[in-house]
Design a binder for this molecule. Structure first.
Ligand code: ADP
Ligand code: MG
Ligand code: ZN
Length: 612
């Protein structure tokens, strides 16, 4: 784009010069006075018709007494008066003519002499410069191989701030501190506060990770260096690492600044996984990122942000303290958020009585990107039908188009699915509320949040203190809450519980085999676990117990799960009206915040019981 406009200017300039050169060479003048011979001039002087002669080099400008003008040329070697005398002008007649001799050397004269000579030279220089420049671009392209081709967003023109990001309230709150630091790093450094280094944004595709990262830069008013990690994967060995080095170097010079590494899972997959030892380039790039981040000192005012929709596959090394130790989850938008997003994306579009809320109601499961796309499709539809304003129907008719669109990875939720999910999530939440040792419910939603579709978000990497058996048991009951609610309400079970069951089973297994929490098996661990790196971090275990103990483990795991299930069932059966109320509210508004949830719970007078 930039190149194009530059070339255009040069071309126009060149054309201009050529035209100028030609016009000066050909000397096209519209009202050029007629040229007369020296003979005719001499006659005119003798007859007293000439009032003035201006001598300009060899050109003679003749002014007649009646005001008209004409031109002539004198002989080159002789003076004007000599020339005219040669042509028979009488001396006393010549005295009556005003003679004005201009010294040959004025600007016009030199231009007249030099321009025709200079123009071809300028022209050739121009061509040379042009060719040279092209060659240089080519050479740079070849050299740029090891250079980062990151994009920098200047923070003036297309500045994005939190106002441009709808919903994501909690994510924004968490990033507020980063913004604060960028605005005033000194405040933090002076007081000896540990500043954030790396922030990992996690969320499904289209939830606004890139947008939010740019908004942080916009809020902090700092340069933003954007780099997509997936570009590294196809590169030659060594190139990725040097690009990373380059990027960090540039960002440090521009500090305070933000480096944004998009799709970090492309290089940040766990190292050494997969048969064949993994991808060299990927690994080197990842290593270089880690080296650079570790090399930051206290005064490096650069914050590294990264985005991923697969935090589960990330190399744990990335998540260590001092690296991406801040994690911010971006939820899929619920109904209210969807309305807000639609509002943002139809701000500059002419709408005719469009109720954005009803569009939000009809688009559960849509991501922010889907909604932006929807608003655009509605506008396209309107334009195609030569109408001036977008109607409600344009939006509705575009929903399907967006759903079928190729870029879309999330899916829309049907009414029945919504109902099942509502009861499932209500089950989790109700059981959590009815158990003494359980964590408080922060939010219940049927829009799958961040990674897991659950009532309370579980970060993929747990950093918990020690835990008790009672806590494990209440966890188990909460995990089974969804399954239990489905079975009690519908008399049927959906596949939506499979990951809950898997996690519950894993916990139960650990209770029995790792933590010695089963009375029957006593205080011992069972089984040795190896991390088989070359099998992709599969855990291979070796039995170090008898067949009989193996059977006992099975029994105990099942017993813990059954116990948790009974517990969940007890809570759900004794508080069925509360379950219905929560589920209905979820169907209606998709999300229930902590405060509202607590209100429902206390209105049904739910007593918390302890897991035995
Ligand atoms: P991601 O990086 O998570 O895949 P993007 O940030 O690229 O998602 O989002 C794509 C587009 O979708 C954005 O440019 C924006 O137009 C729109 N969008 C996504 N989330 C939001 C949001 N919360 N508010 C406003 N627009 C959004
Ligand atoms: Mg993105
Ligand atoms: Zn569940």
């Amino acid at each position: 784009m930039k190149h194009l406009s530059k070339n255009l200017i040069i071309t126009v300039l060149a054309l201009f010069l050529i035209t100028f050169a030609f016009s000066s060479l050909l000397d096209i003048q519209p009202n050029k006075p007629e040229t007369i011979s020296l003979n005719a001039l001499a006659e005119k002087i003798n007859s007293g018709a000439v009032s003035k002669i201006t001598v300009n080099g060899e050109d003679l400008e003749i002014e007649l007494s009646d005001g008209t003008k004409s031109m002539s040329r004198k002989e080159s070697e002789t003076s004007v008066s000599q020339t005219l005398a040669n042509y028979g002008v009488l001396p006393d007649k010549l005295l009556k003519v005003e003679l004005d001799v201009k010294s040959p050397g004025g600007f016009g004269y030199w231009m007249g002499v030099l321009l025709p000579a200079i123009i071809p030279v300028i022209f050739m220089l121009l061509i040379f410069w042009f060719i040279f420049r092209q060659a240089k671009v080519g050479a740079n392209q070849a050299l740029a191989f090891g250079r980062a081709n990151f994009r920098i967003f200047s923070h003036k023109k297309d500045k994005i701030t939190f106002k441009d990001v709808a919903g994501l309230k909690e994510s924004k709150e968490e990033l507020e501190e980063v913004v604060d630091f960028l605005k005033n790093p000194k405040k933090f450094l002076d007081i000896g506060a540990k500043i954030p280094r790396g922030v990992l944004l996690m969320g499904s595709p289209g939830t606004g990770k890139t947008l939010l990262a740019r908004a942080v830069a916009g809020e902090g008013n700092v340069p933003f260096f954007h780099l997509s990690a997936s570009e590294f994967v196809e590169m030659f060995v060594g190139v990725g690492a040097s690009r990373v080095r380059d990027l960090f170097e540039t960002a440090k010079r521009a500090a305070p600044s933000i480096i944004f590494i998009d799709e970090i899972d492309a290089v940040g997959r766990e190292r050494g996984t997969g048969l064949g030892g993994g991808h060299d380039e990927r690994e080197q790039t990842l290593n270089q990122i880690l080296v650079e981040m570790d090399g930051f000192d206290r005064n490096t005012n650069v914050i590294v942000m990264a985005a991923t929709n697969r935090p589960d596959v990330l190399d744990p090394a990335l998540l260590r303290p001092g690296r991406f130790d801040r994690r911010v989850v971006l939820d899929m938008p619920d109904m209210k958020d969807r309305e807000e997003i639609l509002k943002i994306h139809s701000k500059n579009k002419p709408l005719s009585q469009v109720d954005l809320k009803s569009i939000a109601v009809r688009t559960p499961g849509f991501s922010g990107a889907d909604l932006a796309n929807l608003a655009n499709e509605a506008a396209i539809l309107t334009a195609r039908e030569n109408r001036k304003k977008i109607t409600q129907d344009d939006f509705f008719n575009s929903i399907e188009k967006v759903l079928l669109g190729p870029a879309r990875r999330s899916r829309v939720i049907s009414e029945q699915e919504k109902k099942i999910t509502a009861y499932h999530e209500a089950g989790h939440a109700l059981v959590a509320a009815g158990i003494k040792d359980s964590d408080p419910v922060h939010k219940v939603t049927i829009i799958s949040r961040g990674m897991a579709g659950g009532y309370t978000l579980k970060l993929p990497i747990e950093d918990r203190r020690i835990r008790t058996k009672a806590e494990f048991l209440s966890d188990l009951a909460v995990f089974l809450g969804g399954y239990t609610a489905e079975s009690q309400v519908f008399g049927d079970i959906s596949t939506g519980s499979s990951s809950d069951l898997k996690q519950a089973t894993e916990i139960a297994n650990k209770i029995v085999t790792q933590y010695g929490m089963s009375e029957k098996l006593g205080p011992r661990t069972l089984g040795k676990n190896y991390e088989m790196v070359f099998l992709g971090r599969e855990i291979a275990s070796e039995k170090d117990y008898s067949e009989k103990t193996g059977e006992l483990i099975d029994e105990e795991v099942s017993r813990f799960l059954k116990k948790a299930f009974d517990f969940a069932k007890k809570i759900i059966l004794s508080h069925r009206p509360a379950l219905d109320a929560i589920a209905l509210k979820l169907i209606e508004q998709e999300t229930i915040e902590q405060e509202e949830f607590n209100k429902i719970i206390s209105s049904f007078k739910i007593k918390q019981i302890k897991v035995a």
